[in-house]
Ligand binder design. Sequence first.
Ligand code: NDP
Length: 475
Amino acid sequence: MNAQTPDLTTYQGLLEAVTDAHSGWESKDPATGEVIGGVPQRSVGDLDAAVVRAREVQPAWAAKTHEERSAALNAAADAIEASAEALAELLSREQGKPLNGPNARFEVGGCAAWTRANAAFPIEPETLVDDDSGTAQLEWMPLGVVGAVGPWNWPMLISIWQIAPSLRMGNTVVLKPSEHTPLSVLALAAVMNQVLPEGVLQVLTGDGELGAALTSHEGFDKITFTGSVSTGQAIMRAAADNLTRLTLELGGNDAGIVLDDADPAAIAEGLFWGAFINTGQTCAAMKRLYVPDSLYDQVCEALVDIARQMPMGVGLEEQNVLGPLQNRSQYEIVARLVEAARSSGARILLGGDPDESQAGNFYPTTLVADVDDENPLVAEEQFGPALPIMRYSDLDDAVARANGVEVGLGASVWSPNIDRAREVASRLQAGTVWINKHGAIDPRVPFGGAKSSGFGLEFGVEGLKAVAQPRAISW
Ligand code: NDP
């Protein structure tokens, strides 16, 4: 390693590679307020140049075989694994999520796993007709250049969900991460770019205006976006002029429904992590919990017991499994929604009393009982560590209430009787319904939203097809 080449297997090396002391803004640790490093501010001119470069290198990348591109992705996964601890430290500092629990190390491990999975999926031409009338096949071509805009909650993993299938299918990628977690994504790309051909993956850091410039740019063949519903709507409008294809993974307000034969003690930990993974800052986390009258008090007590055992604090301290909210705006959203519930007469079973003197955006783990569906804590997406728990006496009513929101990303049903749970699952309006778990994603299982949670599938062979141009051939 010479003096000019930072060692990307170390935290200092990553910082050296991605920070810029002279321009842009400072990325800060949401647990302590400490400055992590300066972020390069990219302009619309930089975006134009990145698109030109992405288009220049795309034909050569597309000309490689699937085996060659898969080998490059596997090499990128090796590089991620070699830098895993350094990436997890940077992610923990910048996003706030602890190293341990289903958090920073887990996210970096997921980046390698998703990259390998996308390298491995088979994508062969499909024979649609093969009879006396002739033959027809469907094959999958590269689209060209994919523009990606990502969020701040799982910044590395969600970037990989955008990057890995796009590259596998012979596209090049220009990605704009959230201004809240730019260094994490720059570092991930720097690690991957040690082994990828120059120009196939470019990351440009900037704010929402750069995101708007990217999503209205005529140089992209496809935009993949994960973030809020309102920004998704703006992107759809912006993409209209260029007819740019879209995959939109937007917010959710996932319901969990406990059935009356469930064992509260047995499901409590699964319910907890379903709601509080990444301190609640997860698109497909459980954000509303419906519990039958007969089990209501037991489920509430079991959740309080589990929640008390889960330490929250600075992410780099190994004992912690819950962290701060990533940014102050999100902290304020959570605080406002819990206050709305409290002032309506809801019972705060745990939390709800942030220590304002504490450094960082820590909002305590909060469980709220006896709250109405119309209350903002239930009706809006809290995206933080506050779970409302509602009673029901009639299962059909619970299903109707679970379906009674505009969004439909995920949902879950909790029962030892899988047939019964399966029947309830079939009535829920969501892109994914889990049974006895929530938010457990798998690279082999397509993931996408129903209703206002967006459209287009990620993961699996369906995810590869979503970043490809289908071509039917008949003879
Ligand atoms: P946004 O949707 O505003 O941000 C997501 C990404 O879009 C960021 O990279 C952002 O850039 C970029 N962006 C912002 N404005 C535009 C635009 N006009 N055109 C193109 N890109 C744009 O989410 P927020 O960070 O504001 O979070 C708000 C809410 O969204 C949260 O409270 C939560 O409910 C939800 N959310 C859902 C996520 C999910 O996983 N589905 C993830 C994150 C948030 P920049 O950050 O630099 O402004």
